[in-house]
Design a protein around this ligand. Structure first.
Ligand code: GAR
Length: 204
């Protein structure tokens, strides 16, 4: 039974999708905690309603990234985390923190990485005039929005699309690939070989 700790900063809809998939598909895992860096994150209420322990480590109250990450790490490890899932966790993480969770921390980013790292990915996609946009679940490494990709989802960019319409359409896909990726980790099917993810087939 693997312990998953999910970090959020806001709405938490990806966290919700993972919780629902875990419950419906009975993964050999449990959500040990949902932790937010914002006291008013909407997703905390959903977690509490599902009987999941929640914690807040308020980033605003820390003088440095190092101090915040140290307390966050202690909090996560207090729940015995085997996997840390960043689900709309809007923080730049320090290298020692990332290193501590090497190979066991996942993130979802709303672009087809390596395209459009950073913020405002839908705007970046529209400005670049791409015909296809998407989202990437990846292992977290020290370089922001890099790291070995696990799964990607794609959508077409349609005439008249706006940042909002792209974000809405993409979110539905995020809710499919993030639970799938977490499940693959839980089933020990993800291996990083030469900086790339290999997905082990199931034996039937
Ligand atoms: C999601 O679209 C996620 O891909 C994005 O924030 C949103 C969070 O929504 N993450 C990033 O931009 C990370 N750089 P949610 O709180 O409803 O899951």
């Amino acid at each position: 039974m693997k312990n998953i700790v999910i970090l959020i900063s806001g709405r938490g809809s990806n966290m919700e999708a993972i919780v629902r998939a875990l419950e419906a598909e009975r993964w050999p895992a449990r959500i040990a905690a949902v932790i937010s860096n914002k006291p008013d994150a909407k997703g905390l209420a959903f977690a509490q309603a599902h009987g999941i322990p929640t914690a807040v480590v308020p980033s605003k109250e820390f003088a440095s990234r190092e101090a915040f990450d140290a307390v966050l790490q202690r909090t996560i490890d207090g729940y015995g985390a085997d996997l840390v899932v960043l689900a709309g966790f809007m923080r730049i993480l320090t290298a020692p923190f990332v290193e501590h969770y090497a190979g066991r921390m996942l993130n979802i980013h709303p672009s087809l990485l390596p395209l459009f790292p950073g913020l405002h990915t839908h705007r970046q996609a529209l400005e670049a005039g791409v015909l296809e946009h998407g989202a990437t679940v990846h292992f977290v490494t020290a370089e922001l929005d890099h790291g070995p990709a696990v799964l990607q989802a794609r959508i077409n960019v349609l005439p008249g699309d706006t940042e909002t319409s792209l974000a809405e359409r993409l979110l539905e896909k995020e809710h499919l690939i993030y639970p799938q990726a977490v499940r693959l980790f839980v089933e020990d099917r993800l291996n990083i070989v030469d900086g790339e993810v290999r997905i082990a087939e199931t034996i039937s």
